[in-house]
Design a protein around this ligand. Structure first.
Ligand SMILES: [Zn+2]
Ligand SMILES: [Zn+2]
Length: 288
C-alpha cells in the first residue's frame, strides 16, 4: 500500500467524529419527527378525551364519550318493555300503563333513552349538581339517536324550563343544554324563550303523583303563542319520573295550539308501572 493510499484512509478519531455528527443529525431529525408525530396525534386523537364513566382514554374523538365496555352496562329502554304512550317501563301484558289509561298524561307520546339508574344516574347528577355542563354533549347525542330511531318528526325543540332562581343557582338549565345539543345534531330549531316557568316549586322528589300535579299547576306559561301554534313540538328534559312536569308543559303548549307534543328524556324513573292486565306493582303505583 502506498503512502498516498495510506493518507486516504481516514483516521479512527475522524471516523468517530464524523459518525457522531451523522448520529447527531439523525438524532435531531428523529427527535423533530417524533415531536411532529406527537403533535399530530394530539390534534387527531386528543389524550384528554376520556370515557365519561370509567375515565379510560378513548381512541378517537366521538359524539358519545362512553367506551364500548361501559356502553354494554347501560340499561337502554326498548320498545317492547315500555308503555306505548309515556315510555314508562311496564310490568304486565298490556301496551299502556295505568297512568295513561286513566288519561293522566297531556303530551302525545314520550320516550326515555335509559332507566334512571347506575352510571346514568351519576352522569345526570354530574350535569345537574356537580357543575359539569360538558356531560350534556354526550347525553344530547343519545337523545338525538333515540329520536332518529323512533322516526319521529318535529318542527321545534323546546326544553323544560327552570325558574329564574334555580337557573341562577345552577348557572345553567341542563334541559336547555340538552335541547341545544339535540338541535345541533338534528338540525331542528330550538326555542328556549317561549315556554317559561313563572313560579318556583318545591323539589318534587318526595311528592306523590297528585301532589306533583298540584305543585306544578300554573307554573309554566307560553309567552309567544305564535311560536308554537300548529307546530310539532319536541320537549326535552333530563329525567321523567311520573310525567307530571312534561304534562304540565304539554298542557300549556296545547293551550297555545301546538299540534303535537312529543317528549324525550335521557332517563326514566325505574319504578315499573303495571298495565291493566298485570297489576304486579299496585302498591308502588298507588304511592307514585
Ligand atoms: Zn368506560
Ligand atoms: Zn304510560
Amino acid at each position: 500500500m502506498s503512502n498516498n493510499q495510506k493518507t486516504k484512509v481516514m483516521p479512527r478519531s475522524k471516523i468517530s467524529k464524523k459518525s457522531k455528527e451523522n448520529d447527531s443529525i439523525f438524532g435531531k431529525c428523529a427527535s423533530v419527527f417524533v415531536t411532529l408525530y406527537n403533535r399530530a396525534c394530539k390534534v387527531f386523537f386528543p389524550s384528554n378525551i376520556k370515557c365519561l364513566i370509567c375515565g379510560d382514554d378513548l381512541k378517537q374523538k366521538q359524539d358519545i364519550e362512553v367506551c364500548d365496555k361501559c356502553k354494554c352496562k347501560l340499561h337502554f329502554i326498548t320498545e317492547s318493555e315500555c308503555c306505548a304512550r309515556c315510555g314508562s317501563v311496564i310490568s304486565g301484558q298490556g301496551k299502556f300503563c295505568l297512568n295513561c289509561q286513566k288519561g293522566d298524561t297531556e303530551f302525545d307520546i314520550a320516550r326515555s333513552v335509559f332507566i334512571y339508574d347506575g352510571e346514568i344516574k351519576h352522569l345526570i347528577a354530574g350535569l345537574k349538581y356537580n357543575n359539569k355542563p360538558y356531560i350534556s354533549r354526550t347525553l344530547s347525542n343519545y337523545i338525538a339517536q333515540k329520536f332518529t330511531e323512533l322516526k319521529w318528526q318535529a318542527d321545534l325543540i323546546i326544553p323544560v324550563p327552570l325558574s329564574d332562581a334555580r337557573r341562577k343557582w345552577r348557572g345553567y338549565n341542563q334541559a336547555q343544554l340538552l335541547a341545544e345539543g339535540v338541535s345541533d345534531k338534528l338540525g331542528i330549531p330550538v326555542n328556549t324563550e317561549t315556554l317559561v316557568k313563572i313560579k318556583d316549586t318545591d323539589q318534587q322528589v318526595n311528592l306523590s303523583s297528585d301532589e306533583r300535579r298540584k305543585n306544578l299547576k300554573d307554573c309554566f306559561k307560553v309567552i309567544d303563542k305564535y311560536a308554537v301554534r300548529g307546530k310539532r313540538i319536541l320537549l326535552i328534559d333530563d329525567v321523567m319520573t311520573t310525567g307530571s312536569t312534561a304534562s304540565a308543559c304539554a298542557h300549556e303548549l296545547k293551550k297555545a295550539h301546538a299540534d303535537r307534543v312529543m317528549v324525550l328524556t335521557i332517563a326514566h324513573g325505574k319504578t315499573e308501572i303495571p298495565t291493566e292486565k298485570g297489576i304486579k306493582a299496585q302498591e308502588i303505583f298507588e304511592n307514585l
